[in-house]
Ligand binder design. Sequence first.
Ligand code: GAL
Length: 849
Amino acid sequence: MSEITRRNLIASGFTLSASSLLARSAPALGAAPPADFPEGAAGSVPAVAPREQLLFDFGWKFIFGDGADPAKDLGFGFGQSDFAKTGEFKFAKAGFDDSKWRRLNLPHDRAVELPFVRDDSGIGGDSALRSHGYKPLGRRYPETSVGWYRREFEIPAGDLGRRVWVEFDGAFRDVLVFVNGCFIGRNDNGYAPFRFDLSDFLAYGGKNYIAVRVDASFGDGWFYEGAGIYRHVWLTKTDAVHLGQWESTVRATVNGGSSTLALATVVQNESKQAANARVSWKILDAKGAAIASAEAPAQTVAAGGSATCSATAKLANPALWSVEEPNLYSAIVTVESDGKARDAERISFGVRTAVFDADKGFLLNGKSVKIQGTCNHQDHAGVGAALPDRLQGFRLAVLREMGCNAIRTSHNQPTPELVEACDRMGILMMCETRQMSSNAEGMRQLELMVKRYRNSPSIVIWSIGNEEWLLQGAMAEQGAKIGSTMVRLCHDLDPARVVSAAVNGDNEKGVSEALDIIGFNYGQDRPGPFHKKYPKRPLYGSETSSAISTRGEYATDPLRNTVSSYDGVVPWGETPEGWWKFYGTRDWEAGGFAWTGFDYRGEPTPYGWPSINSQFGIVDMCGFPKDYFYYYKAWWRKEPALHLFPHWNWHGREGDEIPVWAYSNLDEVELFLNGKSLGTQKVPRLGHLEWKVRYEPGVIEARGSKDGKVVLTQKCETTGPAASIRLTADRTEINADGEDIVVIKVEGLDREGRPVPTANNKIGFKVSGAGALIGVGNGDPNCQESDKEPRRSLFNGLAQVILQSTTRPGEIHIEAVKDGWDGPELMPAKLAITTRRVELRPSVPVVRE
Ligand code: GAL
């Protein structure tokens, strides 16, 4: 089905074919929070002296501007003379009154703070706000689409002569940067990093002012994208003789038991004299011990010029990077001139081989690895697109728990902390750029992505785009040219990786022609004939499944906007079973990426308003597993697994037939109702088991056996209503660095202390001490409660609170109480989280007023 037909179907209120017909519903509760995950820890690879890389996140002020009325936009654009003279922008100068602006720290997504607005009006069947999650953004909402950020900062006199850059990891979306009254530069996309050299504009030994106008009137995609400076900002200072940005590469080839490292970088000389530059590399193992070194011949770099330097090093018996053992090395690259170190940086890399083979699928270090992947957007409950670094590791740990070993960064280049977390955690990545185009902007986005991440061992595929139905169809001729230009750029910048695209149309003509490996989105009837016709071209499922379900719901009910957890799927998709039986069983298929790991805001499917997020996730917006999660856990992991559903709270349904399902990888499963056997069934390979059970309250129990022995049992018990609250933190001690977070699971328990899978009580949170609440969620795709207020209803038994530390070590206290006067009494719960003193990341000091 074409994308357009498909989206029109959804827009016209199409309902699903999912077969479950239970009138009411409820859940299997969330799995235990992921175990502690030190590998998901916050922080980028630290800078190496003499370079200074300062986090520029703290102490900003914010105010809404206006995309239509300059009088409400700091007067910007009131006449036509704003850019007439350099240095006259008052809002980026001393004396400008920002006393009414709100204080905040970055990263900041202001879209998630806005109310939901129902606006399905549109042109050509396109709803104005639906795709982006019903937030008032876009040209029709000028008063909430533009935001200004402002900060004062000091630059020491000693920085004179250095190069000082302001570096943004990404912002949404059209950015204008002003410093000390001067216009500095602009950026026009939501995902690529950008930076500006401030050296000429700064006041050395004094105060400086930066103002950033961020306009989200235009979007880049068809999903929630946030708004504002939602990734980190840095102030980076280097000598005038310095390494080029993202020019240092370490390419490891494996020869038998050793590895050769091809080392290269670019030295740029922005001083007034020629410099004699000598570049050296020190290779460190994971513990930081130096294990090899190399040096490039000294070169004279002309004033204003640059030079490429390269060398090789050898590693004997390298510890290879793999999914099971993500061994990392680093290279410290230093440029010296006149006997003095001028600039240095640390590159993290891994030693591994990654090959896509037309017969054998994907081989990592020569061993076959099926890609058990998920596509993911980048937002999370409570925080929108502005994720604290730690949350990246949290989310990956949830996915890894079900056996997911790969993610696709659909449909944009990721934030660096996600790539770093994949490197550390052994999760493969298909890294995708946003704009499929060989225009200047498209090529620039692609170049930045490949240059920035080409040393990361987790990345095994570059993707030049997704479902460009014109370029793979009616405009196939142009598509072939655009694709080929983009592929060539990737190969030039990174000869070591394959290039692909996610294609849902013609995989022969158009963009696919130049691809190294062929990505199939949906349409499982396409890969087989293609493989027959082109037996030498490696294939994989770039996007599959699009199964949908509402966590804890067992009926597809258009009146409540719920989708059954048994077998919900969109017409163009496949259930987990449906796609994995295909991609998981053929050697010539490298595996694939299910749409999606996490639910995401926007693109509410299959229902529109009041749904505000998609239901494609295998886990919900908070990361609480839906039942599909356990299908993957059974068939993507080797450990014995057994999952029984639905819950057993069907008050008023006594005597009704309830479908009871089990996912398991054991030999057989016996089901019991209140101690009475309902029969044993053999587990079909890659399938599921199903019983029809007449409801009576009590206990259903599944006993799973292997080789004739019961190895796992799982019960679902009828509970009473919620009588108390339970809070469980993913970690009890976090860093007092103003960045680290703790993720708290909130549950309703009955009198006997059992989680109540149908509880929807309203809970309020009081947070005090050394931290603050930064977001709440409950995974309900139809919930329009605030993400930022200290209260949230449970959704089918669960909610989530995210707390962030301050820089003051101590304790964060959270108390959860019944919210409001109505509803049954609930015993409150309390929890204390310790925040420990840590060395803070170097950051630009906040100027106190
Ligand atoms: C795909 C598209 C995704 C998402 C998905 C929903 O065609 O690439 O972004 O829209 O459909 O099924």
